[in-house]
Write a protein of this length. Structure first.
Length: 359
């Protein structure tokens, strides 16, 4: 992502927040996703409330002007007119959200006066809109797991490492193994259209549709990740039944051999494996129910840790399940969605990041 793209997304998010279409937590999180690395390897982020650029100097965030903007003779894009919005108070405890204004002194007539200026801007802006679906060869359909009616089972426990803090700057660059915000339709993910469904880029997200009952559709970015990893993604149900499955693939060998960790729009979660095209639910005979999963047409943050022989699934920072299996030890990653009795599953994925495990 370059500086102009990041700033454009920032102004759109301000309008969306100002019009009440996203709350303050969502606004903060998505602004903190807008990380730019310049040609010198420095990381930059836009201040959540000020709209100014900040550079990470190895210890803290300092206000600065990106070199690429100066060398191109460009200036900051004009600030859009603000729409009234709730007052926003940035989180001061987290370096991703910190605003660090500089103190300026004015000298006149032999007198020195000091003034500290910190502008907390009201957030405003526009709409991420219109998901234009461009259908595209999914893998051959395979039977998906039955969704039994089971009593609510609490999730296994709380995550000790929250993906929320990793979406903005502040993490060591060597922790990141692979990332994609899907703003570039040529970034390498498989796009297909077939009788079971389709996979394709869609307005800054990646879309998987499953148009045939009892079918799975997935896509991969053609990566070979041999080390232990933690995969993070945002997944939004854009349409179709709540009786679905969607999530993350890890240690993908080929279309007959891989793990996938998933949740559903009706509040269930599970970890499964395809081995020699035989599907096994590794989390037991029934799916796990959890109130931590946002049901219906909602966005969930999914995290899959694949470390050693242990596979662990999180949803919205809460651990859903953990299993052990030694069938696969490395391979590609991916995104997956499934339809059960009712077709029409439509899932949008965004902000896909792979970290080294144990960050």
């Amino acid at each position: 992502m370059d500086f102009n793209s990041a700033y454009r997304f920032y102004t759109q998010l301000k309008e969306q927040y100002g019009q009440g279409q996203i709350n303050v937590d969502e606004f903060e999180r998505r602004v903190n996703d807008l990380v730019v690395t310049d040609s010198a390897g420095d990381q930059w982020q836009i201040g959540v409330s000020s709209g100014k650029w900040y550079r990470y100097d190895g210890q803290t965030w300092v206000e600065d002007v990106p070199r690429e903007i100066l060398s191109d003779g460009q200036s900051y894009p004009a600030q859009p007119a603000f729409v009234p919005a709730p007052v926003f108070h940035p989180t001061q405890a987290s370096p991703q959200y910190a605003e660090q204004p500089k103190r300026r002194n004015w000298i006149g007539a032999g007198l020195i006066t000091g003034a500290l200026g910190l502008c907390c801007l009201l957030m405003a802006v526009g709409v991420w809109i219109a998901w234009n679906y461009n259908p595209s060869p999914a893998p051959p359909p395979v039977a998906t797991l039955p969704r039994p009616a089971i009593p609510s089972v609490p999730a296994v426990g709380q995550s000790t490492a929250s993906p929320e803090s990793l979406a903005g700057p502040g993490f060591a660059p060597d922790l990141v193994q692979f990332q994609d915000d899907f703003s570039n339709p040529g970034s390498g993910w498989g796009t297909h259209q077939g009788s079971s469904g389709s996979t394709d880029y869609s307005n800054g997200s990646f879309r998987i549709k499953v148009t045939k009952a009892s079918s799975l559709v997935w896509t991969n970015p053609n990566q070979s990740l041999q080390s232990d990893i933690s995969i993070n993604v945002e997944a939004t149900k854009a349409g179709g039944p709540d009786g679905n499955e969607f999530g993350i693939i890890c240690r993908y060998q080929d279309s007959d051999n891989f793990y996938y960790l998933f949740i559903t729009s009706d509040g269930y979660a599970g970890i499964a494996m395809f081995k020699n095209n035989e599907e096994t639910l590794l989390t037991g005979d029934a799916l796990i129910s959890s109130n931590a999963i946002k049901q219906g047409a909602a966005t969930n943050r999914i995290r899959a840790d694949c470390a050693g022989n242990t596979l662990t699934l999180y949803a919205n920072n809460q651990q859903m399940a953990s299993v052990t299996d030694s069938s696969f030890s490395g391979g590609d990653v991916g995104l997956i969605a499934a339809a059960n009795e009712t077709p029409g599953v439509d899932i949008l994925f965004d902000n896909f990041i792979v970290f080294k495990a144990g960050y």
